[in-house]
Design a protein around this ligand. Sequence first.
Ligand code: ADP
Ligand code: 5GP
Length: 223
Amino acid sequence: MSSESPLPLIVSSPSGAGKTTLTARLLKEIPELRFSVSHTTRKPRQNEQNGREYHFVDRQQFLRLIEQGAFLEWAEVHGNLYGTGKAELERGERPRGIIFDIDHQGARQIKSAAPDAVAVFILPPSMAILEQRLRGRASEDEDTVQKRFGVALREIEHYGLFDYVLVNEELEEATKQLVSIFRAEECRRHRAARHAERLLAEGRGFGGLKPPSSGASSPLPLK
Ligand code: ADP
Ligand code: 5GP
């Protein structure tokens, strides 16, 4: 139903649980989705490109954007500032959904601004595996890994805020679950209401079905 507004899909997790990997796979599976590119004061990782994963800005620029009221939500995470620009909602063609990869503080803010937003929390199978994945990513120094692992427990404490909780053990299975969540949420009654009402108006405009013209043979065998 292309006339419906894009479905806001929030994806959160403790760092290292796999939300970047899973959202990339979701985007590949449903290319009509759009990833909301946040602003951050964190330094880019080796494989990150300005404007693709994030808009990388310094603290001063970020504070100026806050003053200008440019953010839909923002928060301090792991000592850096992160925020979703209001302009992200307007950018480009209207997508089927917008993915927000944000923390629980941002999820709370987006949920209160857009109550139909669907929030998914991703958990690792175990804390030991979470630590392995954080190290395996090899994009951060030991100090950052320790800091992020330490914050993970506090992130997990907020799982109750989310509509869905997904355990990312086997990647294929977790991807299927995330895709299924999006597809099922698209079929929520309130999202289909406008279409259903349009069909009703159209049907009523017809004034009912016309009886078959006399002499026309029935397509069904009559007994
Ligand atoms: P996050 O975005 O939540 O911080 P990433 O998506 O960067 O996490 O994943 C952290 C690391 O774990 C990456 O190296 C990624 O390839 C790996 N990873 C993600 N999901 C799985 C999985 N189901 N099985 C094994 N490794 C995974
Ligand atoms: P990372 O530095 O690993 O990319 O992200 C660190 C944390 O910041 C993750 O939990 C991620 O979801 C969160 N984050 C990224 N962008 C935003 C944002 O725009 N707003 C908020 N609130 N959190 C964000």
